[in-house]
Design a protein around this ligand. Structure first.
Ligand code: PGA
Length: 230
């Protein structure tokens, strides 16, 4: 079974910092055929990192976008259409709780983003919290479920260095897996090198999504190795 480890840089890192991060990570991470490492930088560094991944010959590492337009290409000022990034991004983080909180995304908009991603072959990583997992999954089109990865990201555990208890994560993952049978489910919320093993060992967890701790390439490489071992 493939395990996933996602580094969500959010609105962090300059061009130089992004380049340095990848150089350090490439020196440190050995790679694991069972582990898919996914790095989500800002849109503006995608091309640069795509090229750097090739130059470094870093296998098993893909790029993700942190958001996408809910529309096809057209007159939508400021929007980045899925088609524009399909060559460089294999994945799209969609419906992150911070997008819901600060940008007021609705379930329907998120479902439309999932469709746009799926239509060009970008694999959607759809964020859900327990309270709205069902409504968010129900808003999806049946055909967009095929390549879907679900990210369970409880709002109260994201960005505050207090992960959710493994018991609660286990319960939520069981519920979510019933709503989307056969789809991989990842956990995200204050994951670091000290607690990653606990979460990947939980039944039904296919990997972790890492925000704050992913900003440090050494720590993120440690998390990737831990996920490979467990
Ligand atoms: P965090 O973010 O690791 O900083 O809690 C997690 C996420 O947003 O997926």
């Amino acid at each position: 079974m493939t395990r996933y480890v996602v580094a969500n840089w959010k609105s962090h890192k300059t061009r130089d910092e992004a380049a340095t991060w990848l150089e350090i990570f490439a020196r440190r991470y050995r790679g694991d055929a069972e582990v898919e490492v996914i790095v989500a930088p800002s849109f503006v560094f995608l091309d640069q990192l795509h090229q750097a991944l090739r130059d470094l010959d870093l296998r098993g590492v893909s790029l993700a976008v942190q958001d996408l337009s809910p529309f096809p290409p057209g007159s939508y000022t400021g929007a980045v259409a899925a088609e524009m990034v399909r060559d460089v991004a294999g994945y799209a983080i969609l419906g992150h709780p911070e997008r819901r909180r600060y940008f007021h995304e609705t379930h329907q908009e998120v479902a439309n983003k999932v469709s746009e991603a799926a239509a060009v072959g970008i694999k959607p990583i759809l964020f859900v919290d327990r309270s709205y997992a069902r409504s968010r999954i129900n808003a999806l089109r049946e055909e967009d479920m095929r390549e879907l990865i679900i990210g369970y990201g409880p709002v109260e555990a994201i960005g505050i260095h207090v992960p959710q208890s493994p018991e609660l994560v286990g319960q939520a993952i069981r519920e979510i897996r019933e709503m989307a049978p056969g789809r991989p489910v990842l956990y995200g919320g204050s994951v670091d090198a000290a607690n990653a093993a606990t979460y990947v060992k939980l039944p039904g967890v296919s990997g972790v999504m890492v925000g704050t701790a992913s900003l440090d390439p050494e720590e993120f490489a440690r998390i990737c190795e831990i996920v490979g071992r467990n």
